[in-house]
Write a protein that binds this ligand. Structure first.
Ligand code: IPE
Ligand code: MG
Length: 234
């Protein structure tokens, strides 16, 4: 979700106004995803690198997160959305951490959609913590090194329970992953749009999904190998 700052700047507004408008699009896109039957929606809300922003902006973002969680709880319960979070969550302010834990707990029984917030998240950090835990399990004798393969490694990532993302959407025209789901996005389709996040509404989201549906995903194979699946409709 990129481009909040530029959206505000274009209008001569303080950056925080861009973030506020961005929260509205979060609500809109979450609702659309839920209606369209998306199973897992991960939103890159705050990266580990974002901690280096001016203190006032970090505080404003944390306050917005806190308000979002409090305001959206009822909606999540009504629409049976299960909230999750991944990242170095210890770094979040205590009050946010507490609200986050409560929201996760209260929505844990919901099964219509998983809304996964990447908070204080870094893909490299995630991979490093997986490696550390795998090494520890080997030392503790509960894992043998010859069992380590891609599938096992995935199970030590924050996303262990979720499938790899089909689509990664990047707003505001930047052409990079910015430390997002580095391991998981190996075969994800990328959708890069110049639209700034505060303008990324339901129509833009649907456009990205339609674009994905038109693509042929070969996973390293050739077109002809995929045809039988398409014909059978499976
Ligand atoms: C929002 O956009 C992303 C967050 C960290 C919440 P930015 O704040 O990065 O906006 P730009 O890149 O300055 O336009
Ligand atoms: Mg940015």
């Amino acid at each position: 979700m990129d481009g909040n700052g530029r959206w505000a700047k274009k209008r001569g507004l303080p950056r925080v106004m861009g973030h506020r408008e961005g929260v509205k699009r979060v609500r809109e896109v979450v609702t659309a995803a839920r209606e369209l039957g998306i199973e897992v929606l991960t939103l890159y809300a705050f990266s580990q690198e974002n901690w280096a922003r001016p203190k006032s902006e970090v505080s404003a973002l944390m306050e917005l997160l806190q308000t979002y969680l409090v305001n959206q709880l009822n909606d999540m319960l009504t629409n049976r959305i299960s909230l999750r979070a991944m990242g170095d969550l210890e770094r979040l302010p205590d009050v946010v951490r507490k609200t986050l834990d409560e929201t996760i707990e209260r929505t844990s029984g919901n099964s219509e959609m998983i809304l996964n917030l990447a908070l204080s998240y870094s893909g490299r950090y995630e991979i490093a913590q997986a490696a550390r835990r795998i090494a520890q399990d080997c030392l503790d004798g509960v894992l043998s090194p010859d069992k380590i393969n891609e599938k096992l490694f995935s199970s030590y990532l924050f996303t262990a329970e979720y499938p790899d993302p089909d689509l990664v959407i990047r707003t505001s025209g930047e052409q990079r992953l910015s430390n997002f789901l580095l391991f998981q996005a190996a075969y994800s389709e990328l959708y890069i749009t110049p639209v700034l996040w505060p303008d990324f509404n339901r129509d833009e989201f649907v456009k990205a999904l339609v674009d994905l549906q038109r693509r042929e995903r070969r996973f390293g194979m050739i077109s002809e190998q995929l045809k039988p699946c398409t014909v059978n409709g499976s």
